[in-house]
Design a protein around this ligand. Structure first.
Ligand code: SAM
Ligand code: SF4
Ligand code: SF4
Length: 348
């Protein structure tokens, strides 16, 4: 396919594609899929509305031809999608215009990872990020809200490391009053293990988690709390526009990261597009409308037409929600918040 790199209205290139493969999940994390809303009666996407693996791969190939070098598979819980490793295998076969395989990673809650880790590695997955919000049983059970035990996630992390899916990153969303008391314990647990623990500021994504600014623990506070026990020093970013700010323990205990989407917006370097499981492309996590690529695909559009649609969409992109949040939205209420798309749908 003849395509080239594309940039948006702020000269940001398209480099990363996050693909949500399902909107379903077996956890009910309070900050993502609160059970009052995602209960028994919640209408998840019917199966025939999900993009097939062939459709996902076709769109991904077009994105890769336009400069995407990193693909992250997510959801919902990606490993709940049947035969997920086949999709990994198909995506691993893609090549960038200069002949390289795109960097293929996945974010998972770890519940099905232990038995799948080797299969995924063999299919071509490079790395995994595993979410774990506390090392304390009681806190973690309250956060995932299905009583899922810490030990099982730790077992999955070990399996991923053993399969060569490392360095494994661990995502901890910090919510004040829920799990912030466990920040230092989490740091202590993962120090020296080769895992990179990342602390994520609780975001006002979606409309159902009842987000409040005072529940956000600023990354500066996270670093101060850890640094008081285990001294830290900054590490140079891996690349421009990296979402996670890197730090390392001064005594050689390894690396951690902080993702400060609320207190230090990183829209300026944001090169990410998101594809929902039903084929809508979003140019921002906080977008209220996506572009229906499935309609184009199923309407018989050629690769050239799909390619033109992607170029036009990215070329017109002006998103910088997090930068504007501070200025315009002290809370997270109002009509705009009500229209925002849920993280489990758009893909975290
Ligand atoms: N189910 C998988 C998992 O939990 O890893 C993948 C999807 S999940 C939506 C992706 C990431 O988004 C997880 O690390 C999760 O903790 C994070 N996340 C979800 N809601 C969030 C919120 N309101 N603020 C910050 N991070 C959030
Ligand atoms: Fe599920 Fe991940 Fe959302 Fe938790 S954060 S409810 S594991 S999709
Ligand atoms: Fe990117 Fe939107 Fe997040 Fe800004 S708010 S970093 S533009 S996804």
């Amino acid at each position: 396919m003849d395509a080239t790199s594309i940039t948006d209205t702020f000269h940001r290139p398209l480099r990363d594609l996050r693909i949500s493969v399902t909107d379903r999940c077996n956890f009910r994390c309070v900050y993502c899929m609160p059970r009052e809303i995602f209960g028994r009666d919640f209408a998840f996407m019917p199966r025939d509305q999900l993009l097939t693996f062939e459709e996902i791969t076709r769109l991904a190939a077009i994105a890769v031809a336009h400069g995407v070098a990193k693909i992250r598979l997510t959801g919902g819980e990606p490993l709940l999608r049947k035969d997920f490793e086949e999709l990994v295998w198909m995506l691993a076969g893609l090549r960038t215009p200069d002949g390289r395989a795109p960097d293929l990673a996945m974010t998972t809650n770890g519940s099905v990872l232990a038995q799948k880790a080797q299969l995924l590695k063999d299919a071509g997955l490079a790395r995994v990020t595993v979410s774990l919000d506390s090392i304390r049983e009681e806190t973690f059970a309250a956060m995932n809200d299905v009583g899922y035990p810490v030990a099982k996630v730790l077992h999955a992390i070990a399996a991923a490391q053993a399969a060569g899916l490392g360095p494994v990153k661990i995502n901890m969303v910090v919510k004040r009053g829920s799990n912030d008391a466990d920040i230092v314990a989490m740091a202590g647990h993962f120090r020296g293990t080769g895992c990179i623990l990342r602390f994520i500021e609780y975001m006002d994504v979606g409309a159902s988690n009842g987000w409040k600014l005072d529940e956000v623990v600023p990354s500066a506070e996270v670093l101060a709390r850890i640094g008081a026990v285990y001294p830290l020093e900054p590490v140079e970013p891996n690349y421009n526009g990296e979402t996670s700010e890197r730090w390392r323990y001064s005594d050689g205990g390894g690396e951690i990261g902080v993702i400060s989407s609320v207190t230090q917006a990183f829209c300026r370097g944001c090169t990410r597009a998101r594809l929902s499981a039903d084929g809508k492309l979003f140019t921002c996590l906080f977008a209220t409308v996506g572009t229906d690529l499935r309609a184009l695909l199923r309407g018989g559009a050629s690769d050239t037409e799909l390619s033109a649609a992607l170029s036009a969409l990215w070329g017109g992109r002006a998103d910088r929600y997090s930068e504007l949040r501070g200025a315009n939205t002290p809370g997270s209420s109002g009509a705009a918040a009500a229209r925002r798309i849920e993280m489990s749908y758009i893909g975290g």
